[in-house]
Design a binder for this molecule. Structure first.
Ligand SMILES: [Zn+2]
Length: 971
């Protein structure tokens, strides 16, 4: 019977639920607590979402089989405004959205009508997502499910915020935030197209005095003011003269629009073209030097002030732009400049860097061979110069009182001085602009007044976060630096809004806590939610004292239970369960959450919980591409997860989203990939069917052949390899072994052992032994097929709860593995000769290496492994021996050939040769029938020094150890 994934999957899903195998409580076993960021129910999940959740489930299943009491729960994140915005669009009859719901998400028309009420959207997709997760076979304890608008959850978040406030981590005031001018709201990653987190940079806007106004340039490096040689404006862009807080400023038109958001009063007086500013002479603050305004296309009027100060000694782009300009005669002429004017401008060096001789920007540009400002290497040069100067640069004697100061310090000091003397002001701008709000408007920076913030700037808090990070496992480890950087640059984070679903700020209920702030420690709430759901507990039963007791062990449980009308065993049960499951062992998430959620998660844990409950690991994965392209609604290449499951089965989809890439890389999903995986799984099922159809097989094998021993050894090696890969989150590699390598080896075994005959009782015994482990290795990845085949071979209970296979050393047989590897290599060599010569042989002759060659070969390898092999001296030493000298030229040419051959062998092979001896002739002889059938020829095997050798072509002398000489006799 062919494999019916629909029937099999629904059968096991029901059995898992009926036997509650994923519902866990504290026990005497060691625990493992794993979570994934809960989903936001404003649409069904698509194939791309499947990756993070599947990786977490694979991880959970692996740990469970290793004997851990694994808790894997799930909740739903209703908080925020996107659902509100969606319901408004539905109410307004937005046809595009309605069509999306109808055609892509298959929402019934009746249902869409209800979507004018935001909660109905959340409830509908909540159900949809939960069903999809169940269909995917995620081993979740669903008793703990909750949403972030549940009244008890609100109590929990209130408790968290009062805790943060009592520790001084909540501030109110004016701070820059990412802002959507159209929605009138601060925006975070969840609100932007492409989920980009707005990163705010603190630029310094420096005023260069001109005749009657200031030309204001933005920079991140105020300390380089001493090296300014000119100013850049874009001659084609529109600028304005504006009255800004009582001064006349010239900035780009776009910059003038941003000024009010940054707390400046700005009145535009007139518009002008950039070209009108050219040739102006402006005065550099502090130095008083006069510099010219020059034209540059690279100046982006939408970035900061649209005016750039040029520091060619320390900014590769400025150096390159000047160099490029000096040869653009037409361009210069157009704006009335001459080449000599430009050539006169030379870099003014003001920073010394120890390992850079001369002017840093010039030196690095030359070294990297950057062609011009459009060369992508210009960016590398910039990064290198900035980083070296920041970390190792010292201000030179031409920088007034800053002379001798490290650049990192001068940066702050110069900025302070410029601001103090009224020559500069702070100008916030997005570092990763442009970012667009989901509504379509471009996100800008706004100084947000009277807003509530979580103060991630606090240095002592940052220290604790770093301490936690140091003790955590970060997978992959490459991301650790990124986390450190985020901890460093995080500043005040707006934590509440005036609208949206969620929890109200307990001390100022006009405000609703936003979604990146109410999702930082909720992993702890999965303990509470089980009791809320099982005992139908109410919000009034949860005051701060209850949470203080459950999470911090503070207070008298008897008094607290009485006060809140909680059964004492419920209250103490929550405390016991929290102490058992916490800390969290692994937090899984996509890479986009590193700069926000995952870092907030660290901060809030260290703020609230004692060290023993700090999280232990973060696991971050890349995203999923669809046939190499990013998935997006506009590209129309989104496949809803449940559609994919219906078509291919959950096991196939699980494998398809996690098997093509290691964890941080992007995985690539495609229909052909899913089809080929489905085929592999079907083949696996067929094999198991064939094995079990022979009956239970013999109880014990009569005697194992070398082939039986070989496959039984290979499965043990696979167990070792897969276990190691899984421990280190190399999931792709684990799947490769389970799905492809083992498959090939079992098929090779069948071909060799049976030669096309059907599986017999004896082979079936061996295969059952292999399958018993193989199925368990498959179980975390394809749990449904694993359960089905496990029950077919008579496995005990659910494979989901079976013990992860361990390596049984007694089955490992290096000797037969080496022999089989040798045998395969001989076949490959023969096939290669057949291919090259296209002879149809009547006889295939093999000549195996004589003992003296083996002896020399081992000596060579032994020296090589020690790192002291030298061909010339080896020949010389060998020739001193009488028995070798007797072989004459044959010995020399053997050593020469063997030394090349030796380096081409794998290290395992070399070590194998040192440890073991192989009777090549016997290995070939015992499989002669197989070879004769394979080559459709007679096969003759001789030792090269055999007295009765038949060697018509004189090939025998070319035999190497493990590489017999081959002669094909045509027909
Ligand atoms: Zn917007």
């Amino acid at each position: 019977m062919p494999y019916d994934h629909v029937a099999v999957e629904s059968k096991w899903r029901e059995l898992w639920a009926k036997h509650k195998i994923f519902e866990v409580n504290p026990s005497s076993k060691p625990k493992y607590f794993i979570t994934v960021a809960y989903p936001y129910p404003n649409s069904p999940q698509h194939v791309g979402h499947g990756r993070t959740y599947t990786l977490a489930d694979v991880h959970a299943r692996f740990r469970r089989m290793q004997g851990f009491n694994v808790l894997f729960p799930m909740g739903f994140h209703y908080t925020g405004t996107p659902i509100l915005a969606m319901s408004k669009r539905i109410a307004a009859g937005d046809q595009e959205l309605i069509d999306l719901f109808k055609t892509l998400y298959h929402v019934p028309e009746e249902q869409i009508k209800n979507f004018t009420e935001p909660l109905n959207i959340a409830r509908y997709f909540h159900e949809e997502i939960r069903t999809g997760m169940q269909e995917m076979g995620y081993s979740i304890d669903w008793r703990r499910e909750f949403t972030t608008i549940d009244p008890v959850y609100n109590k929990f978040i209130e408790w968290q915020f009062r805790k943060l406030q009592s520790k001084g981590f909540i501030t109110r005031g004016s701070h820059p935030v990412g802002w959507c001018p159209s929605c009138g709201n601060p925006v975070g990653q969840h609100d932007t197209q492409g989920d980009k987190e707005p990163e705010i940079g603190e630029f310094v806007a420096i005023k260069f005095k001109a005749d009657g106004f200031y030309l204001v340039a933005g920079t991140l490096r105020p300390e380089t003011i001493f090296g300014v040689t000119n100013i850049w404006v874009n001659p084609e862009a529109t600028y304005v003269e504006a009255e800004v807080d009582g001064e006349r400023w010239v900035v780009s038109k776009r910059a003038a629009e941003k000024l009010p958001l940054l707390g400046k009063k700005a009145t535009v007086l007139r518009e002008l073209k950039g070209s009108e500013l050219l040739k102006l002479e402006v005065e550099v603050p502090l130095t008083g030097r006069k510099v010219r305004v020059l034209p540059a296309e690279f100046v982006d009027p939408n970035n900061v002030t649209g005016v750039v100060m040029s520091v060619p000694a320390h900014a590769p782009y400025d150096y390159l732009a000047l160099r490029d300009l000096a040869i653009r005669e037409d361009y210069l002429a157009k704006y009335g400049f001459s080449r000599s004017e430009i050539k006169q401008i030379s870099p003014i060096q003001i920073i010394k860097v120890k390992d850079i001789p001369g002017v840093p920007a010039v030196y690095v540009v030359e070294q990297l061979g950057v062609k011009d400002q459009n060369d992508p290497k210009a960016e590398d040069a910039t990064k290198e110069v900035y980083s070296k100067e920041f970390h190792h640069g010292v201000m030179m004697e031409n920088t007034m009182e800053f002379s001798g100061m490290p650049v990192s310090e001068a940066k702050e000091k110069v900025r302070e001085k410029l601001i103090e003397m009224g020559a500069a002001t702070i100008f916030y701008e997005l570092l990763n602009r442009p970012i667009y709000c989901r509504c379509g408007a471009e996100v800008v920076v706004k100084i947000f007044e009277d807003q509530w913030f979580i103060d991630y700037r606090d240095p002592s808090w940052k220290q604790l976060a770093k301490e936690c990070l140091r003790n955590m496992r970060i997978i992959p480890e490459d991301l650790r630096q990124e986390f450190e950087n985020v901890i460093d640059w995080l500043r005040e984070k707006a934590c509440a809004r005036k609208s949206g679903l969620g929890t109200r700020l307990p001390w100022d209920p006009d405000w609703v806590i936003e979604s990146l702030s109410d999702s930082t420690i909720y992993m702890a709430y999965y303990i509470v939610s089980k009791y809320v759901n099982l005992y139908n507990l109410k919000a009034v039963q949860f005051g701060d004292e209850v949470f203080d007791y459950v999470f911090l062990g503070e207070g008298d449980p008897v008094k607290i239970a009485e006060k809140y009308k909680l059964p004492i065993d419920v209250l103490s049960g929550m405390r016991r369960e929290f102490s058992y499951f916490y800390p969290l062992d692994a937090r899984h998430s996509g890479r986009d959450l590193v700069p926000n959620h995952l870092t907030f998660f660290i901060f809030n844990h260290v703020a609230i919980f004692p060290r023993e409950f700090w999280p232990r690991a973060i696991v971050v994965n890349g995203s999923v591409l669809m046939e190499g392209k990013k998935m997006s609604k506009s590209l129309g290449n989104i496949i809803p997860l449940r559609d994919a499951i219906r078509e291919f089965g959950a096991d196939t989809i699980r494998l398809a989203v996690i098997s093509t890439a290691e964890i941080l890389q992007d995985a690539d999903f495609s229909i052909p990939l899913a089809k080929s995986i489905r085929e592999k799984l079907n083949d696996f099922y067929d094999l198991v069917q064939k094995v079990v159809s022979v009956g239970a097989g013999e109880k014990t094998p009569r005697q194992l052949t070398y082939l039986d021993k070989w496959i039984l050894s290979r499965i043990e090696k696979a167990v070792a390899h897969v276990t190691n890969a899984m421990e280190n989150f190399r999931v792709r590699e684990a799947i490769h072994t389970v799905l492809y390598v083992l498959d090939q080896e079992v098929r090779w075994y069948l071909r060799r052992a049976l030669g096309g005959k059907p599986i017999d009782g004896k082979t079936s015994w061996v295969l059952r032994k292999v399958l018993n482990k193989w199925i368990r290795l498959l179980a975390p990845f394809a749990p449904y097929l694993a359960e089905e085949t496990w029950s077919m071979i008579g496995g005990d209970g659910f494979v989901s709860l079976a013990e992860w296979p361990s390596v049984e050393e007694q089955w490992i047989n290096e000797q037969v593995e080496l022999e089989e590897e040798f045998f395969k290599a001989v076949i490959e060599d023969t096939q290669e000769i057949l291919r090259v010569t296209s002879i149809k042989p009547k006889v295939v002759y093999y000549y195996t290496a004589p003992q003296w060659k083996w002896k020399l070969f081992r000596e060579m390898i032994s020296l090589f492994e020690e790192g002291s092999f030298n061909l010339g001296s080896f020949i010389k030493e060998s020739m001193k021996k009488e028995e070798i000298r007797a072989k004459g030229k044959e010995a020399v040419s053997f050593i020469q050939n063997a030394s090349k051959y030796m380096t081409s062998l794998s290290p395992e092979m070399r070590r194998g040769i040192l440890k073991m001896s192989i009777d090549e002739q016997a290995v070939l002889e015992r499989s002669r029938g197989f070879l004769e059938k394979l080559f459709n020829a007679q096969v003759k095997i001789f030792r090269a020094d055999s007295p009765d050798i038949v060697d018509p072509a004189g090939k025998a002398k070319g035999a190497l150890p493990l590489r017999p000489a081959i002669y094909l006799e045509g027909g």
